[in-house]
Every structure is written in C-alpha cells, then in structure tokens.
Design a protein around this ligand. Structure first.
Ligand SMILES: NC(=O)C1=CN([C@@H]2O[C@H](COP(=O)(O)OP(=O)(O)OC[C@H]3O[C@@H](n4cnc5c(N)ncnc54)[C@H](OP(=O)(O)O)[C@@H]3O)[C@@H](O)[C@H]2O)C=CC1
Ligand SMILES: O=C1OC[C@@H](O)[C@H](O)[C@H]1O
Length: 395
C-alpha cells in the first residue's frame, strides 16, 4: 500500500488496522457490474492488506432491478463479506435515495448515466455520505465547483472515478517519464475511440443529447488523464496549467460530438499534448498513447482506460535527427479483474486515513478538466438540452 505524506497528518490512525469501506452501489448497469465484481476480489491477491470492501446496499430505479443485480453479481457482497469479516449481505432498494440513506453505508458509488451524476452526488453529500462518482463527474465546471464546496463544508470525501489514474501501467509509465527515462518530454499523443456511430441507436447514452452523450463527456477523460499525469504533473511543470488550449469538434445530428480534439501546451516543459476522442472508429490498441522524449519514447497498448502493457523504445544516438532505436523493452503488467479495484482501494485508503480528496485525483484537476470540456463544447456548439445542467456556468 502506498503512503502519501498527507497520511502522516492522522497520528491516531493505526496503520495496520484493517479498514472496510461499506459501499452503496447506485445503478445496476454495465459499469456497476464491473465495479462490484472487482470489489469481490480479495485485496490480498493484489498485495493490499490495509483495506477491504463490503457491498451493503444496492439502489436502482426499481426494487426488482436491484434484487436481480444482487443475485446475479454480488449475492454475498464484497471481499470483506466473502471473507466473513462483515456479517451482512447487500440490501436491495428501489430508489437511489433509500440506498444512500442506509445507515450501514459509508461511501456511495454512482454508476448511473451522466445526467444524474450531479443530483446524486449532491444528495449523497447533503446526507453525510462520502462519494465516488463515475466520470464525467458532472456536466460542467459550475456543477463541480458546487459539489467540491459542499464536500469541503461537510468534511466528506469526494472523487471523480477516473480509474485509469490508479492503473499499474499508468503509474509505471508516469514514474519512468518523470524520472527522465526517455529524456525531456516533447510530445504526447493519446487517443480513445469507439466505433458506435451507425451501430448504436441515436437514443443510446453514447449518441443522445438528452443523456449528455458524445465522445468528449464519455471518453474524453482518458486521453486527458495521460496528458495530465505525464505533463501537468511532471515535476518540472510545477503544477502549471496548460498555456494554450485548442479544441476542434465534429457534431452529430443529435447535437452531441462525434469527435473532439484537445491540444494543450506546457511551456515550462516545451511540450505539447494532442488528445483525441471519437465515436467513428476504434482505437489502435497497439498504440493508443505515445509519449515522445528527447532520448526515446514510450508506447502504451490495449485500452486507453485500462492498459496492461507498455513498451519503451530508446534512441541509439539521441543527438541524431530521425535516429534508430534499440530493440523495444516490453513491460507486461497483467492483473486479475477489470481494474476498478485499484480505484476502490485508493478510495478506501483515503477514508481510512481521513483524506477528503485523493492525492492522485484532486478536485482541482477535475475542475480544470471540466473547464476544458466547457470551452470545447462552447466553441464546438455542443449545447446540452435545457434543464440538464443543474448549475449554469457563470452562476
Ligand atoms: N469507468 C469506466 O470505465 C466506465 C464508466 N462509465 C460511466 O458510468 C456511467 C454509466 O455507464 P454504463 O454503466 O455504461 O451505463 P448503462 O447504460 O449500463 O446505465 C447505467 C445505469 O443508469 C441508469 N439509467 C440508464 N438509462 C437511464 C435513463 N434513460 N434514465 C435514467 N437512468 C438511466 C440505470 O440505472 P438502474 O439500474 O437504476 O435502472 C442503468 O443501470 C456513465 O456515466 C459512464 O460515463 C461507463 C462505462 C465505463
Ligand atoms: O468510461 C468508459 O470507458 C469504456 C467505454 O466503453 C465507455 O463507453 C466509457 O463510458
């Protein structure tokens, strides 16, 4: 388990005591199913001994749905229940609010569609519950500012679930890049694409404006996370916001974006990030993210959101223009489960040590990302249907 220096601010905490996060799961769809499957994996199988997970409540829009989800996906609960450490099974609720109000719940996982994130997170915080909300955290930066303020006021934990930040490959690549293994960083290219256009109906959550769909809000967080962790968080960047941000957007007839690009400059590094997302094609899994430095490059493979391998390609002579490379060094980092457990562990560790924000996924970085999305949508004329945004920009 990693120990962020901020943990040292809680001297009363017994570092060796087991902490069990008691989750309420909201929404019984695709991602919630993956999330609970990962909560069921024994933390010790990934070297985690200080925290574990219980699933104590599941909320859906109908009780039958919640009951069915529990019997299909987590009849005994999470790893802590399967290990006999918590003596209850998940309770089904026919509304999200009832699940959040279950007195045994310590943290809420919001796995519902984009348009409900703000209201549910607001309700959770208002009712004294810590909260992990799926990406995108909400629909605009004004909504996020309100949630972040509320969490601070109430002294509760709040995090946007950009799970890639906790993925072992991203962590290893970040360490290599920040250590200077490929020299000074020059360019980062990161892409996420899904070929849903023409294959999914326009009413799907990917393509419907009423459900706040589109490439930017759905998969935009992933290329951004590579850019922000490698460049914005680079020690030499000294947490300086991108200087120039350029965006391009292609709209669908439904009003959502089919493709968006975001270019960001990092003057202190003399580096640039090119982030692209689209719903027109599939990602190149041999190379979704390429980080080019003065001495070589790193190529990340698989899914942009959940990679399991990367390769390092070093220049033989870094002084030569267009030089040749040494043979690739390949790093395979297989792991059990889908990979959401790394994020869940990080949340549990924060709760254990009294942190209200994860040092790896700060409120300020969600805010900066949401502000970039706001501007991309404004310039690209992606206007959300009236009433979806619960807090208007400028309020
Ligand atoms: N971290 C990750 O890798 C991923 C994150 N996500 C994020 O998770 C969220 C959910 O995505 P996903 O699980 O794929 O979505 P689903 O389409 O599976 O829907 C999730 C849940 O949202 C509720 N819901 C669905 N349609 C509607 C609707 N029309 N009106 C109101 N509620 C509805 C339902 O809850 P109920 O069961 O109560 O009826 C449903 O189970 C999104 O915000 C997405 O961005 C998605 C995929 C991957
Ligand atoms: O977060 C996500 O990652 C995987 C995609 O399939 C999904 O649409 C998106 O929400």
């Amino acid at each position: 388990m990693s120990h962020h220096p901020a943990y040292a601010t809680s001297p009363d905490i017994n570092m060796t005591e087991l902490f069990i996060a008691k989750w309420a799961i909201l929404g019984c769809g695709w991602i919630s199913n993956h999330f609970v499957n990962d909560l069921r994996l024994s933390p010790s199988s990934r070297g985690i001994t200080g925290v574990s997970h219980a699933i104590v409540a599941v909320g859906a829009r109908s009780l039958a749905n919640a009951e069915d989800f529990i019997s299909r996906s987590c009849p005994r609960g999470g790893a802590a229940q399967e290990a006999g450490l918590v003596n209850c099974t998940p309770k089904a609720y026919g509304s999200y609010q009832e699940a959040m109000n279950d007195p045994n719940v310590s943290v809420i996982y919001i796995g519902t569609i984009n348009t409900s994130h703000f209201d549910l997170a607001h309700f959770a915080l208002e009712h004294g519950k810590n909260c992990l909300v799926e990406k995108p955290a909400c629909l605009n930066s004004a909504e996020w500012t309100m949630l972040s303020r509320l969490a601070k006021e109430k002294e509760l934990f709040l995090m946007e679930g950009v799970w890639t930040r906790f993925n072992p490959v991203l962590l290893a690549v970040e360490e290599a890049v920040h250590r200077g293994d490929i020299g000074d960083i020059r360019c980062l290219y990161s892409d996420y694409a899904m070929d849903v256009f023409g294959k999914q109906p326009d009413t799907s959550r990917f393509l419907s404006a009423e459900l706040a769909g589109g490439a930017l809000l759905d998969i935009g967080p992933y290329p951004m996370v590579w850019a922000l962790t490698m460049l914005y968080r680079h020690p030499l960047n000294q947490i300086t916001q991108p200087g120039v941000i350029g965006t391009t957007m292609l709209l669908h007839t439904t009003g959502v974006d089919l493709a968006t690009s975001i270019t960001m400059t990092f003057e202190r590094l003399k580096a640039v990030a090119f982030c692209t997302v689209n719903l027109l094609s599939a990602t190149n899994k041999a190379q979704h993210t390429r980080i080019v430095g003065s001495k070589g490059e790193i190529i990340v493979q698989g899914y942009t959101s959940r990679p399991r391998s990367y390769l390092v390609r070093k220049l033989i002579d870094a002084t030569q223009e267009g030089g040749d490379f040494h043979p690739d060094e390949v790093f395979d980092m297989p792991f059990g489960g889908y990979g959401l457990h790394y994020e869940a562990d990080a949340v549990a560790e924060c709760l254990k040590f009294g942190l209200k924000e994860s040092p790896r996924m700060l409120h300020a970085e969600t805010l900066m990302t949401m502000q970039i999305y706001d501007e991309a949508r404004r310039k690209g004329r992606y206007i959300l249907p009236s009433g979806l945004e619960k807090v208007s920009l400028g309020e």
